[in-house]
Design a protein around this ligand. Sequence first.
Ligand code: ADP
Ligand code: MG
Length: 258
Amino acid sequence: AREKLIQSEKLAVAGQLAAGVGHEINNPLSFVMGNIHFAVEQLATLAGVASSEVIQETEEALEEAREGAERIRRIVRDLKTFARGDDAQLRQVDVHAALEFSLSMAMNHVRYRAQVVRCYGTVPMVWANEARLGQVFLNLLINAAQAIPEGDVARHRIFLTTYVQEERVVVDVTDTGVGMSPEVLARAFEPFFTTKSQGEGTGLGLSICHGIIKALRGEMSAASTPGKGSTFRVVLPTRGEEAEALLPLLAAPMEQAG
Ligand code: ADP
Ligand code: MG
């Protein structure tokens, strides 16, 4: 319980910080990126003048700097998305429609890795924000795809399962990917925790999902078998009155975020 608290506090602080200083970071960052680009172009004119070894080493250093700057840009963007308040309205949402929309967004990631199997039950609408819920499913689908090696589509599956349990709607996203060790599973929802290389992940996806689902009075959990695959579970309340009482709570942090 204490770890959970630390994780959501960390994210709340990071989100507020990014919302507040996002453009303060992005402005100088665009200079940094612009100047890196300029230096790369200048370097090209030195071919034949400076030693090719020096040129190559400098190119590599600049490429690393560019990747670092790109990573900062992505982190700020992800945090801003989390803190943004322009879509805070709650409506009755059809989880299957939200899943299908997210799937269409994730198709480029999914297509070459797995076949999607839908196990949709008859479920009522949930009281949620469609854009935010879509964001959650999109993150889960991209994670599922990234856990599956490319080029073995016939063997791999991503199962989308929905059903009702105790008046709540359960959505399971299950993949047949690499799975998670107990150590990774324990830290998966932690902000900035990632096992992926620089280009692929910021480590913010699941903590943002967790924040969104928690704000909707839902629950998120994960289970995994290393080498076999993982299931990420989202449980959502269906009774509107309960969620409606939360509207002021949902709006509060978002107002300050601007
Ligand atoms: P990111 O995807 O940027 O790394 P996330 O918060 O989405 O950040 O995920 C954190 C970590 O949890 C991932 O780096 C990965 O190690 C693990 N993870 C998440 N989803 C899966 C999955 N479906 N299969 C295996 N590992 C996963
Ligand atoms: Mg992710």
